[in-house]
Ligand binder design. Structure first.
Ligand code: B1M
Length: 222
């Protein structure tokens, strides 16, 4: 039963049908399906398909845009349920989160923010296309434990390094930890730029954030 629903979810994204994606997301909640399972086994399968078709030249920008809109509609419908399922209520730490300058992909970043909030982090989501200076200023203003930088393009991923360098130059590290993510980001890239953590998905991002906060507290206590 769920398998059919997951297939329909993927198809709604491929069709760029936001209304259907929203309907199926709400149906999943009614049926007690874990919202993250709906995203990963259903909607993401569709968006990855469209992404692959776009890379091969079989799909074009309008299809990519419509798939993105449908994906956002699905995630927006599932978000309240994801937040409701979060159990930890104490504030685990402060996270300043952004998609880096030049990049307007926000679906994955928003998902990461939702999961971090649900887990008990206080998240300051600065949105998309955010300059390095704005990220750094906000981190200073709120006393962030973690700065999270998302990038979906190989051309914008390089700016994650600028955030690392800016926080280094201002002497804000190692107290402030840096987590990076996004489809092109790899473990090797994280090591190369000297960031503190990385995750391939939103659930992993919560685990990494927990570890980084406990490392930061251990550093300050030493
Ligand atoms: Co864009 N796009 N896009 N796009 N788009 C990609 C990224 C691309 C891989 C498609 C392709 O060619 N196969 C390609 C990049 C190629 C490259 O750089 N190597 C691409 C391109 C080329 C472009 C444009 C340049 C197209 C053009 O204009 N010619 C343009 C760039 C615009 C810009 O940013 N300046 C563009 C535009 C768009 C849309 C606006 C149409 C739309 C975005 C809508 C939106 O976000 N509001 C869009 C979409 C939808 C995609 C794909 C199809 C899907 C992205 C997505 O939402 N995935 C994408 C192909 C793909 O990735 N399959 C593609 C679902 C989401 C849940 O996953 O974002 O990976 P993801 O997030 C995951 C993890 O990465 C991780 O956790 C998330 C949840 O599991 N994660 C983090 C993400 N951030 C994290 C941060 C963390 C930790 C983990 O810590 C801080």
């Amino acid at each position: 039963m769920s398998e059919e629903l997951f297939k329909a979810m993927a198809q709604s994204i491929i069709d760029g049908d936001s209304e259907e994606a929203d309907r199926l997301a709400r149906l999943a909640i009614e049926q007690g399906i874990d919202p993250l399972e709906a995203i990963n086994k259903g909607f993401v399968v569709g968006v990855n398909h469209v992404g692959n078709e776009f890379s091969c030249g079989n799909a074009f920008l309008p299809e990519l845009v419509m798939a993105g809109e449908a994906m956002k509609a699905a995630v927006a419908a599932l978000e309240p349920e994801m937040a409701r399922r979060g159990t930890a209520r104490e504030v685990l730490g402060k996270v300043v989160l952004a998609t880096i300058h030049g990049d307007i992909h926000d679906i994955g970043k928003t998902l990461v923010g939702t999961m971090l909030s649900a887990a008990g982090f206080q998240v300051f989501d600065l949105g998309v296309d955010v300059p390095v200076e704005t990220i750094v200023q906000k981190a200073r203003e709120v006393g962030a434990d973690i700065v999270g930088v998302s990038a979906l393009l190989t051309t914008t991923m390089v700016r994650q390094r600028d955030v690392v360098e800016a926080l280094d130059d201002l002497g804000m590290r190692p107290k402030v930890k840096i987590m990076v993510g996004g489809a092109p980001v790899t473990r090797e890239w994280v090591q190369e730029i000297g960031a503190d953590g990385y995750s391939e998905d939103a659930i992993g991002a919560v685990q990494v954030a927990r570890r980084l906060v406990s490392d930061a507290r251990a550093t300050s206590a030493a």
